[in-house]
Design a protein around this ligand. Structure first.
Ligand code: GLV
Ligand code: MG
Length: 310
């Protein structure tokens, strides 16, 4: 892929806001927020007795629109629940063309994605949509999912991202913490580094985006900033947000710094001039040797920065 197509194909998912679809108030509020993606949640933020009501509210919210510029996603219930297939059929047939991706939670083996891929193919046909038009984002949120993450990342051509689910993951491995996305007391290093890195590598090996999960302590802005900065530095594309107060912090963390963006552009220009005009594979820029690998590093920053409007 050349520079222009790589940069224009990149779609920002810096802030991904999860909104319980059972709340009309939150659904209305989410339309006003500067998030890159909004996720209408039918899963864990909705009580079992409210599932079918949430489904109806989600369809109504999708049909009434007003999501200007945001990626619109719906998190359906997990493949092993009694609600999952009806969630998929209701939202795709109820609001054809309104959903960009479905988020499948608790993916612990590739078969769950094969199931969703086949069902989506059927429902797209019945709703008059192009085959493959709806993407899938898979949440990796238990020990089984992490062990199978490479096979999961390869399970469907519809996949656009792998998403870390810290709450369920922490519970699944017995991590001694009650704060979702936070660090457990008593462990001196970053307790989330291993799953984050594992998911990131599996995602990038397949050209997928990698999205970090939520940080539940809404008023701990320093903790959120640190968690977001660390995921962004590793290579993550974005992070979930649960509250309007988290949006700006997360958008900022996943937007390249202006000076990095400018430098990345200079690397691309300098490198292109060197290779095309001078037929050289390596060249000096401000005392640093740049080559093809530098071009790739710079391209990621330019793609992320351009998609963020720099
Ligand atoms: C999100 O679904 C999580 O479990 O953190
Ligand atoms: Mg979860």
């Amino acid at each position: 892929m050349n520079i222009t197509s790589t940069v224009s194909a990149y779609r920002a998912r810096r802030s991904c806001m999860s909104v319980p679809a059972s709340s009309e108030r939150f659904l209305a509020k989410a339309r006003e927020l500067a998030v890159d993606e909004v996720m209408l949640d039918l899963e864990d933020s909705v009580a079992p007795d409210a599932k079918s009501m949430a489904r109806e509210l989600a369809v109504a919210a999708l049909r009434s629109g007003g999501w200007d510029g945001k990626l619109v996603a719906v998190r359906v219930n997990g493949a092993s629940t009694p609600w999952a297939y009806q969630d998929v059929i209701a939202v795709v047939e109820g609001a054809p063309g309104a959903v960009r991706t479905l988020i499948l939670p608790k993916v612990s083996e590739p078969g769950a994605l094969v199931w969703l891929d086949v069902l989506l193919g059927q429902v797209e046909r019945s709703a008059g949509l192009a085959q493959g038009s709806i993407g899938i984002e898979a949440q990796i949120e238990d020990a089984g999912g992490l062990v199978a993450v490479d096979a999961i990342a390869a399970a469907s051509p519809r996949l656009v991202s792998l998403v870390f689910g810290p709450a369920d993951f922490m519970a699944s491995i017995g991590m001694r913490s009650l704060t979702v996305g936070g660090q457990p007391e008593g462990y001196p290093f970053d307790a989330h580094h291993y799953p984050l890195m594992r998911i990131l590598v599996a995602a990038k090996a397949r050209g997928l985006q990698a999205i970090d999960g939520p940080y539940a302590k809404i008023h701990d802005t320093d903790g959120l900033r640190a968690a977001a900065a660390s995921a962004a530095a590793l290579g993550y594309d974005g992070k979930w947000v649960l509250h309007p107060a988290q949006v700006d912090i997360v958008n900022e963390a996943f937007t390249p710094a202006a000076q990095d963006y400018e430098r990345a552009r200079r690397i691309l220009e300098t490198y292109e001039r060197a290779t095309v005009d001078e037929r050289r594979g390596a060249v000096m820029l401000d005392g640093e040797m740049i080559d093809e690998a530098s071009r790739k590093l710079a391209l990621t920053i330019v793609a992320k920065g351009s998609a963020a409007g720099l």
